[in-house]
Design a protein around this ligand. Structure first.
Ligand code: SAM
Length: 445
């Protein structure tokens, strides 16, 4: 471990707490995708920064929590049904790793100080915008469902610096090149090395450098399948809209019955040399059972390890009891390997395929020719990453933490399914991949 990991955290957004746990700042991680804009920390951290917390130190709060946890556990154990008992055993197995990671965070006084200020990080007051209730967001899901959807177009604005007269004392001039393209059921890409502003029905979106999105319903996902598996993906992150009480209650997005996910074309999306698959799951045992026994076998995925996302508040304490049965303050990322499928598929027209190939990983062609492959490390189990959560159900960008375990050529070709945001070098697919790209989540640099 580094002597002082703080300077590297300031740059990278990743702070190594010990050999098995890291603290991450999603805003810093995301900002690596942008050159002209940056993610506004106050809009990212729209929750968990209320200071109604007690004046107790994080350590004292944690001790009193531990006492309560013990008491609760005593009362609880007898009343669990069979499935809940399995879930509880699973929880007891992972708990020491979570506690160790959390203790390491509470001991890292330098990062705790940074943590308290993450929400205002690097923002001058005027820039620290709050999400205004009045400025309505475009419902991309609704828009994609209407009969006019094929006619909606997005305008991509590319800024070019015009240096012609700069030496003659004139200020640097800019020109704007506009490209217009259908926004639904179409691969939309920013192949440049700068982020760009895009317009859709009077709403502005910020598109990261070297990224692309395909906005469609699940029914059209086959359009993402490459005609040649050499052009498939090496890292596939999936955060499905699982059915569960809480998503239905808050109705932030539609959920789907588990059987729908069986038809996701995971094998077909894999690169010839295989892929690391990262699947977000909830803590419900019924779902774990479905993933292990139905979903992974159907997708041709072999389970490899589990990582855990532990959520903390701005003062470093957990937002809820670790032992609280239905509201655990952590989520699980199941990792597995997919062998990939050699052979051709019908789905992509060659021009579209070439665009995916070029935009998401411009070096792939070169690397395929040079035969450069990643040196893949064995994947460890029970890694913990800690962060302060953003908006409801928004997952931290964990691609960077997985790259060491991705098979195939470098740089990895990465895709996120059911995405709500975009990242440089990635393809984002879902019915609202532009959701967090709305300009209200950004400030200009
Ligand atoms: N990973 C995302 C994040 O960090 O913000 C959250 C993804 S959320 C769990 C699931 C997403 O799947 C939502 O954006 C939802 O609208 C989308 N979704 C639901 N039904 C869909 C469908 N039939 N086709 C495509 N996307 C769908």
């Amino acid at each position: 471990m580094e002597d002082n990991p703080l300077p590297s955290f300031i740059k990278s957004g990743i702070y190594q707490l010990n050999s098995t746990a890291v603290f991450i700042d999603p805003v810093r991680l995301l900002n690596r995708s942008y050159t002209r804009f940056r993610v506004s920390p106050s809009t990212y951290y729209s929750r968990f920064f209320d200071s109604t917390n007690s004046t107790q130190s994080p350590k004292a709060s944690e001790d009193s929590r531990k006492r309560k946890r013990k008491q609760k556990k005593k009362n609880k154990v007898q009343s669990l049904n069979e499935r809940e008992q399995i879930a509880d055993r699973r929880h007891q197995e992972v708990k020491p790793f979570l506690l160790k990671a959390h203790e390491a965070l509470l001991e890292a006084t330098d990062i705790l100080k940074v943590l308290r200020n993450l929400r205002n990080d690097g923002c001058v007051v005027r820039e620290c915008k709050e999400l205004s209730k009045e400025s309505s967001e475009l419902s991309l899901m609704e828009l994609g469902g209407v009969w006019q959807a094929p006619m909606y177009e997005i305008v991509l604005n590319y800024y070019h610096d015009d240096k012609t007269f700069q030496n003659e004392g004139f200020p640097l001039a800019h020109s704007i090149e506009q490209r217009v393209t259908p926004v639904f059921n179409n691969l939309v890409a920013n192949e440049g090395n700068d982020d760009i502003e895009a317009e859709l029905l009077n709403h502005k979106y910020i598109i990261p450098k070297r990224s692309c999105f395909y906005m469609s319903d699940l029914q059209q996902i086959d359009s993402l399948i490459p005609a040649d598996s050499d052009c498939g993906f090496n890292l596939i992150v999936i955060d499905p809209p699982w059915e569960n009480g809480s998503a239905r209650q808050k109705v932030r997005y539609p959920t789907l019955p588990n059987r729908y996910f069986l038809s996701l074309p995971v094998k077909e999306l894999c690169h010839t040399s295989g892929a690391l698959l990262a699947l977000w799951v909830t803590n419900r045992e019924k779902l774990r059972d479905f993933v292990e026994n139905d979903l992974f076998p159907k997708w041709g995925v072999t389970y490899a390890a589990s990582f855990y996302w532990l959520k903390v508040k701005a003062n470093g304490i957990l937002p809820g009891e670790l032992d609280l049965f239905h509201h655990r303050p952590y989520e699980c990322l199941l990792l597995g390997y997919c062998k990939g499928k050699v052979g051709l598929s019908h789905a992509l027209e060659l021009p579209l395929l070439k665009r995916i190939l070029f935009f998401t990983s411009p070096c792939l062609l070169q690397d395929t020719h040079s035969g450069k492959l990643t040196r893949m490390n064995p994947i460890p189990d029970n890694r913990v990453f800690i962060s302060v959560p953003g908006d409801y159900s928004r997952k931290p960008p964990i691609g960077e933490l997985l790259l060491d375990y991705v098979p195939g050529p470098m740089p990895a070709r990465c895709v996120e399914l059911f995405a709500r945001e975009m990242i440089a070098g990635w393809t984002s697919w879902g019915n609202e991949p532009l959701h967090f790209q709305d300009s209200r989540y950004f400030v200009s640099k």
